[in-house]
Design a protein around this ligand. Structure first.
Ligand code: ZN
Ligand code: ZN
Length: 384
């Protein structure tokens, strides 16, 4: 089968690989119909995630038709069109039972923090992802969810990560009616977080980024204010001024370790590698939220960052909330929001690229070419 193949930093290609096989009685094999490239795939693509092995297939956002199931699979059957949450979760452990499907204790033997994630290096369990014609889906009674009749597969594929992650960012922020919410990052997750902030009763939503076409997209899609940090002396001062020097009620970090915009962070994190990436967005979030406010983090970071202003977290009495998204927990509500037209996920998709051209897909997305917001890869056997 054809699959995306990682060859080393900034080198990916489409290659022929063996078909995945059922390895466990609860596995399913799906024929992939849609697979997105995610902002967090760029951390892998750039070689910033430990133990990203040459020869692996990325892709944690995908939909597909069930082709084959193991003998213990009862919740999905051959022929079902399913969306597959990015978390690999057992559904039975202490954490899954609390709805913390992103922190499953069984699906990732390599780490004590994050659970398994499809196509996200051996630090997240070593599962091959869905940027391929076929994928093996473990714990098929837990994750894969039948796409409701009438739902566009383009909407469904964004329910595997972008919509729930944006929503959870807003949920973790504990937004109160009338709150001023600042979202750092105008990628698909930041845009979705801004959209979802309104659902929790925000009174004002501000997005900060440096890519003008994405700021424009955020303004239109999320009906928010959006500003370019390169056009302001200091985003922290800007936010203080625009909130009567109180600070934002809530700040959401939807950027993560690839952030730019702060020289010290860039030098120590991205050039000298003294810390695991650049913590610019956390820095700005902590310093621009009001005393007693909440910082909600969904941007992806490595295990350590040294330049996080933890003293300010203490002195301002902040609450920091962060987690990998628990997709399965949120799906029932979010499927309803999509069906009722409250959230329109597919509007984020700007590019549809054949799987054969996956290298171009990564380059366009990574370099923010051609006004790219979200890229979907279509495999030759998608047929839908
Ligand atoms: Zn993703
Ligand atoms: Zn579990």
């Amino acid at each position: 089968m054809l699959a995306m193949d990682y060859r080393g930093p900034r080198r990916v290609r489409a290659a022929q690989k063996p078909m995945p096989e059922i390895k466990h009685p609860q596995d399913a094999i799906v024929r992939v119909t849609r697979a997105c490239i995610c902002g967090s795939d760029l951390h892998l693509y750039n070689g910033n995630v430990p133990d990203t092995r040459v020869g692996t297939t990325f892709g944690h956002e995908f939909t597909g038709i069930v082709e084959e199931v193991g003998p213990e699979v009862t919740k999905v059957k051959v022929g079902d069109h399913v969306l597959v949450p990015f978390n690999v979760a057992c559904g039975e452990c202490h954490f899954c039972k609390q709805g913390m499907f992103g922190n499953c204790h069984e699906s990732n033997t390599q780490a004590s923090a994050v659970g398994g994630i499809f196509g996200y290096s051996h630090t997240a369990g070593g599962y091959n992802g869905g940027q391929a014609e076929y994928a093996r889906v473990p714990y098929a009674n837990v994750g894969p969810t039948v796409i409701p009749a009438g739902m566009d597969p383009d909407d469904a594929v964004l329910l595997t990560d972008v919509v729930p992650t944006g929503y959870q960012a807003a949920e973790m922020a504990g937004i109160q009616p009338g709150d001023t919410v600042v979202v750092f990052g105008a990628g698909p997750i930041g845009i979705m977080a801004a959209r979802c902030a309104w659902l929790f009763g925000a009174g004002r939503v501000i997005v900060i980024d440096q890519v003008d076409y994405r700021l424009e997209f955020a303004r239109n899609y999320a009906k928010c204010e959006a500003y370019n940090f390169n056009e302001m002396a200091d985003p922290v001062v800007f936010i203080k001024k625009t909130t009567d020097f109180m600070g934002a009620d809530v700040c959401i970090d939807a950027v993560g370790a690839e952030a730019s915009g702060n020289a010290m962070q860039t030098i120590t994190g991205r050039k000298l590698l003294l810390q695991a990436g650049s913590a610019t967005a956390i820095h700005w979030a902590v310093n621009s939220v009001k005393k007693g406010g909440v910082v909600s983090i969904v941007g992806v970071y490595g295990p350590t960052d040294n330049l996080v202003p933890i003293g300010n977290v203490l002195n301002k009495g902040l609450t920091i909330r962060a987690n990998q998204t628990s997709v399965k927990r949120l799906l029932p509500r979010l499927i309803e929001h999509v069906q009722n037209g409250i959230i329109n996920p597919k509007a984020l998709i700007t590019h549809r690229i054949p799987l054969e051209e996956v290298a171009d897909g990564y380059r366009i997305f990574s370099d923010k070419l051609d006004s790219c917001i979200k890229t979907v890869l279509i495999s030759p056997s998608a047929k839908i």
